[in-house]
Design a protein around this ligand. Sequence first.
Ligand SMILES: [Zn+2]
Length: 397
Amino acid sequence: MRKLSAHYIITGTGAVLVKGIITLSDDGTVVDIIDTKGELDEMANVEFYSGILIPGFVNAHCHLELSHLHTIFPEKTGLPGFLKNVVEHRNIEDERVIEAAQKADFEMWKNGIVAVGDISNTNTTFPLKSKSKIAYHTFIEALGFSPLRAEKAFAWAKYCFEEAQSLGLCVSAVPHAPYSISKELFGKIAEFAVIQQSILSMHNQESSDEDDLYLSGEGEIIRHLTENLALDLSFFKPSGKTALESVIDCLPKENKLLLVHNIRTGQKDIDLVAKTRSLNKTWFVLCPGSNLYIEDRLPDIELLRQNKLQICIGTDSLSSNHQLSMLAEMKTIQTNFPAIPLDEIVTWATSNGAEALEINDWAGTIEPGKKPGINLITSMDLQHLQLLPQSKVKRLI
Ligand SMILES: [Zn+2]
């Protein structure tokens, strides 16, 4: 048994306890949580820490497979520039991919991350993920804007799906983004997702170029598809609608859905999502570090809050971020949106991700019976309960 206490405990359920006590069994299961209401007398065997205790982080969006691209791509090129770089660097030996992914997996563990929603385009990192101390949900991401590729792209996704399943990984087959999936491929993914009742994830509104493609058939994404990928786009007719509007009906309503990035998401888009599917089955994932790296712009997070949307946080990959740290993402949010209370940001980084990834039976909140991992955040502004640039995370459990 261990008894932990600190200046504050943010439980992930919305509660903030002053000098509360968490009792944990030897295997890390929360046995009890006591609200001392700040009256912590000298108690035997209580480890008291300066700072706050929070549940282990749930990183809702990562690409472990791209970890070898750390520090390779220039910053602030915009999404089309980033996509061009990915295409140019896609042929790398598996050994290098695995070695970098292993380091990144350890980095996340050290940074207090207990679970990850991780995108895979190949099966390279599956053995590593199946043996990791981190719980992974693998999103096998299909790609193919040409309808001619639909069959092959889906067959590959299904092959990877089955291999991941055989290794005991939680897994879904998902679409990459509106600008990289044909209607035909969307149809196959949707049909499979309904049968599997799987969690879906899609990159959404990462740049305005996505809308240009569907609204007018012009712009930088179309240039990327024709010049970098050498696609014959004679089949493609712009829908005259936004990218999200053009594909939202391809995402089955009965499945859970993580929409990732949402940099350009406005009220009209939120209304469209609300009209099309249940917001209780929809999560909006923020990847602020990656957004600043690629697009140098952040989503309208206040607007997402005003609409009471379910928000999660992801690190995205090391190809578009300096580190895989949920605390770093939280600091970026707090610096740019100082009015958002820390306990709300903690909920996004822990329990909302756990619900989205269907692991809330053990992760996301400090509650009796769960085994969420416990992180200590130090070097905080404890008076105003705010993170500081020098704040650090230490995994205690
Ligand atoms: Zn991504």
